[in-house]
Ligand binder design. Structure first.
Ligand code: UDX
Ligand code: ADP
Length: 465
C-alpha cells in the first residue's frame, strides 16, 4: 500500500479548511496544501491574526496556529499543489443549480468538473482523487471519465469520502468522528486506494469506525444521512404547530419520544426551521435523482421535508405579524441572530433570511444583530432573494453592533439563532427600553416562558400555545 505523505485539497471553504487543518494536525508526516482560486480567501487563511480566519469554528484557530507553516499550507498555486500531491481532495462548492435542466434541484457540478479538468491537465504522476464535496450519486464516474480521457499516461483512482461534520462543531466532529466513509472500486487498485486513505484517518480514529463501501453507496449515504436528519427536524416542527393549537408541549413530547432508544433524543428540537448549506440542497438532490429514475412517490416523500420547513419559516413570520395587530409597517423589530445556527458565521439558507424577507415585505423596520455575521453578508443574503432593490433593503434594515442599544423603542424582538449569549442578556433591561406592550418571539426555544412572562413580555415560543 502506498504511504501518503503529500495531500492537496482543492477548495478552502467550510469543508476543506477545517478538514485539512485537522488532517495536518493529526498527521505530522503528511504535508497538506489547501489551494483555492479565491486569492482573498487564501490570504485570510494565511492571516497572522488567527481571529481573522475566513471561517469561525470553535477550536479551529488553535489547530491552524499549531500546524500552519509546518505541514499545513494555504496557497493559490493550484497546479503546483496538484502535481506534487499523491492524494487530491476535491472540496469545492456544489450549489443547487440556478439555471437549465434540474434548475432549483440538481447540484451544479460545474466547479467539480473544472477541478477534474484541472487535475487531468497538470498531473504527471498517478493520483488518488477523493470526492469530499457532497455530490449526486454517480459523480465519481463523471470525474473518472474526464480524468481517463486526458490523454496522459497517468492513472487515477477515484474515492468518495463524504464529510459528515456539522458547522459549529466541525473540529470536534472531525476529531471524534462517529464514522468515516470511504467508497471505492472493488479492484486491487481501488482497494489499495481505500486502504491508503484509511491509513490517514487511522492516525487518530479507531479502525472500526472507518467503513469501506462501493462508490455509489458512499455517495448516496451522505444524501440519505442528511435527509434523515432534516426529516427529524421537519417532523418535530410539524408537531410544534399542532402543540400551539392544543395544550400539549413540544419540549415534553421531544423528551418523551426521545427516551425510546429506537428514536433517540438528538435532533428533536423544534425551531423556526433548519438552514445550512447541506440539508435543503441534499434533499433537493435526492428528490431530483429519484424523479429522474422514474420514482415520483419517493421524490414526493422527501420533498415534503422541504415543504414542511418552508411552512415553518412562513408560519413564524405570520405569527409575528398577526400578534403585532396585523400591521408591522414602520414598527421597529429587532432580529437576534442571522447565522443558520449558533457557533458559526455561515448564513447559507438560514431561516433568518426568509423571516426577515417576509417582515420587510410588510414594511417593518428591522434591526439585526448577530455576534459573528457582518452587515455585508446580511445585505448580500437579502439582495440575493431579489424581492426588493438593494437600496430598499438598506433603507428598511439596519445592522447593529451593540445589542443593548438597538432595543430602544422596539416593538418586538425575534430570536432566530440560538447563540448562548442571548440567554444571558439582561432581559429586564431590554424590556424597560422597549415600547409597551413588548413582544418576544422565540424561534429557538432558548428562553424560559415563566421568566419572560414575569418580566412583562408577551412571549411566543415555537411549539407553545
Ligand atoms: C449537517 C449535518 O449534521 C452534517 O453531518 C453534514 O455534514 C452537513 O449538514 P450542518 O448543516 O452544519 O450539518 O448543521 P446541523 O447541526 O445538522 O443543523 C442543521 C440545521 O437544523 C440548523 O439550522 C439547526 O438549527 C437545525 N436543527 C438541528 C433544528 O432546528 N433542530 C434540531 O433538533 C437540530
Ligand atoms: P463548502 O461548504 O462545500 O466547503 P465553500 O463555498 O465554503 O463550500 O468552499 C468552496 C471553495 O472552493 C471556495 O472557496 C471556492 O473559491 C473554491 N473553488 C471552487 N472552484 C475551484 C477550483 N476550480 N479551483 C480551486 N478552488 C475552487
Amino acid at each position: 500500500m502506498q504511504k501518503i505523505n503529500k495531500i492537496c485539497c482543492i477548495g478552502a471553504g467550510y469543508v476543506g479548511g477545517p478538514t485539512m487543518s485537522v488532517i495536518a494536525n493529526k498527521c505530522p508526516d503528511i504535508q497538506v496544501t489547501v489551494v483555492d482560486i479565491n486569492a482573498d480567501r487564501i490570504a485570510q487563511w494565511n492571516t497572522e491574526d488567527l481571529d481573522q480566519l475566513p471561517i469561525y469554528e470553535p477550536g479551529l484557530k488553535e489547530i491552524v496556529g499549531e500546524s500552519r507553516g509546518k505541514n499545513l499550507f494555504f496557497s493559490t498555486e493550484v497546479d503546483k499543489a496538484i502535481d506534487e500531491a499523491q492524494m487530491i481532495f476535491i472540496s469545492v462548492n456544489t450549489p443547487t443549480k440556478t439555471y437549465g435542466k434540474g434548475k432549483g434541484q440538481a447540484a451544479d457540478l460545474k466547479y467539480v468538473e473544472l477541478c477534474a479538468r484541472n487535475i487531468a491537465q497538470v498531473a504527471t504522476t498517478d493520483k488518488i482523487v477523493v470526492e469530499k464535496s457532497t455530490l449526486p450519486v454517480r459523480t465519481a464516474q463523471a470525474i473518472k471519465s474526464i480524468l481517463d480521457n486526458s490523454g496522459s499516461e497517468v492513472n487515477f483512482e477515484i474515492l468518495s469520502n463524504p464529510e459528515f461534520l456539522a458547522e459549529g462543531t466541525a473540529i470536534d466532529d472531525l476529531l471524534h468522528a462517529d464514522r468515516v466513509l470511504i467508497g471505492g472500486n472493488d479492484t486491487p487498485e481501488g482497494q489499495a486506494a481505500k486502504d491508503a486513505l484509511s491509513a490517514v484517518y487511522e492516525n487518530w480514529l479507531p479502525k472500526e469506525r472507518i467503513l469501506q463501501t462501493n462508490v455509489w453507496s458512499s455517495e448516496l449515504s451522505k444524501l440519505v444521512a442528511n435527509a434523515f436528519l432534516a426529516q427529524r427536524v421537519s417532523s418535530i416542527n410539524s408537531i410544534s404547530a399542532l402543540c400551539e393549537k392544543t395544550d400539549a408541549n413540544i419540549a415534553e413530547i421531544s423528551r418523551a419520544i426521545g427516551f425510546d432508544s429506537r428514536i433517540g433524543p438528538k435532533f428533536l428540537n423544534a425551531s423556526v426551521g433548519f438552514g445550512g448549506s447541506c440539508f435543503q440542497k441534499d434533499i433537493l438532490n435526492l428528490v431530483y435523482i429519484a424523479r429522474s429514475f422514474g420514482l415520483p412517490e419517493v421524490a414526493d416523500y422527501w420533498e415534503q421535508v422541504i415543504i414542511m420547513n418552508d411552512y415553518q419559516k412562513r408560519r413564524f413570520a405570520e405569527q409575528m405579524i398577526q400578534t403585532l395587530y396585523n400591521t408591522i409597517s414602520g414598527k421597529k423589530i429587532v432580529l437576534l441572530g442571522w447565522a443558520f445556527k449558533k457557533d458559526t458565521n455561515d448564513t447559507r439558507e438560514s431561516a433568518a433570511i426568509y423571516v426577515a424577507d417576509a417582515l420587510l415585505e410588510e414594511r417593518a423596520e428591522l434591526v439585526v444583530y448577530d455576534p459573528k455575521v457582518n452587515a455585508e453578508r446580511i445585505y448580500a443574503d437579502l439582495d440575493y432573494l431579489n424581492t426588493r432593490s438593494p437600496e430598499e433593503n438598506r433603507k428598511l434594515l439596519t445592522v447593529a453592533t451593540d445589542p443593548m442599544e438597538m432595543v430602544q423603542d422596539a416593538h418586538a424582538v425575534a430570536i432566530l439563532t440560538e447563540w448562548d449569549a442571548f440567554k444571558d442578556y439582561d432581559w429586564t433591561a431590554i424590556y424597560d427600553k422597549m415600547l409597551k406592550p413588548a413582544f418576544v418571539f422565540d424561534g429557538r426555544r432558548i428562553l424560559g416562558t415563566k421568566q419572560m412572562n414575569d418580566i412583562g413580555f408577551n412571549y411566543y415560543k415555537i411549539g407553545e400555545s
